[in-house]
Design a protein around this ligand. Structure first.
Ligand code: ATP
Ligand code: MG
Length: 274
């Protein structure tokens, strides 16, 4: 079934500061979108706001999947609607084992009407599936029995995010710098993993500062964020040019937004100084 994630005029504030100032974006299953932009431009803020992080307050605009507004839904309900976020900084949950966490998450997403304590996916089926996916990602099966991300290296945490992606099979995956902090081999594993999982049923928004992930997962659309707005959209060539040239040219093409970026930076420095 064709589906649409539609972000319209999205305004998001954090702790009273306006970060996103009118983001428009449409993603369909089967599409690969790259989101680029300088540090602090609002990429992670967009990712968190989409996933429903309570700290990120949506002050205007909407996020819809097939006409259903997600703004009033909590993170759980959004996951059930098909949104998945792989975090730039994955959280550690001591006391919760990887396998238990994933079995619950998979059960919730596959059976949205499920009540707590009921209807977990069958153990045998789940075990087979997790084993298969872990093998494909080159992960040691012992990880399934460890506490989620507890003591995991940076690279292991990122593989864990891809394992979640593989198990949950969301309609829309947002990958926030899933490649950062990885060595060359791990970037390859993660890139291939994403490539294997993308298909006609999943749309992906890849946030990255590196080019390799986008070589494996060539975006049809590249968006550039500056000071909380998407100021340009192009194809894979735009991603390539940005990697080569940096953001100076983007700022020159959008002097008004660049001035806003400067002003926000100055305001932040002032706030710190006080
Ligand atoms: N919880 C918060 N409290 C205060 N400011 C925040 C918070 N979260 C984000 N910001 C601010 O919002 C702006 C955008 O941050 P965001 O993390 O979205 O940027 P980014 O584009 O993901 O950058 P990077 O490329 O460094 O990951 C930054 O100025 C940041 O300091
Ligand atoms: Mg970020």
């Amino acid at each position: 079934m064709s589906s649409l994630l539609k972000i319209e005029n999205l305004h998001v504030g954090v702790d009273g500061t306006q970060i996103l100032k009118g983001v428009n974006l449409e993603i369909r299953p089967g599409e690969v979108h790259a989101l680029m932009g300088p540090n602090g431009s609002g990429k992670s803020t967009l990712a968190y706001a989409l996933a429903g992080h309570p700290k990120y307050e949506i002050t205007d605009g909407s996020i819809q999947i097939d006409g259903v507004n997600l703004v009033e839904l909590d993170a759980n309900e959004r996951a059930r609607m098909g949104i998945f976020l792989a975090l730039q900084y994955p959280v550690t949950i001591p006391g919760v084992k990887v396998a238990d966490f994933l079995r619950h998450a998979v059960s919730n997403v596959r059976n949205p009407a499920r009540k707590e304590g009921e209807g977990l996916v069958a153990m045998r089926e789940f075990r087979k599936e997790i084993k298969q996916e872990m093998e494909a990602l080159g992960m040691d099966l012992a990880f399934a029995r460890r506490y989620l991300n507890d003591g995991f290296s940076g690279g292991e945490k990122k593989r864990m995010e891809i394992l979640q992606l593989a198990m949950l099979k969301p309609k829309f995956a947002i990958l926030d710098e899933t490649d950062s902090g990885l060595d060359t081999d791990a970037v390859n594993v993660v890139s291939e993993g994403i490539n294997r999982l993308t298909g006609p049923d999943m749309g992906v928004l890849i946030i990255t500062h590196h080019e390799r992930l986008l070589e494996f997962n060539r975006p049809q659309f590249t968006h550039v964020m500056l000071a909380g707005r998407i100021v340009e959209t192009g194809d894979a060539q735009l991603a390539h040019d940005l990697h080569a040239d940096g953001y100076t040219v983007v700022r020159e093409r959008h002097p008004d937004v660049a001035a806003e970026e400067e002003a926000a930076k100055a305001a932040k420095e002032e706030a710190v100084a006080v």
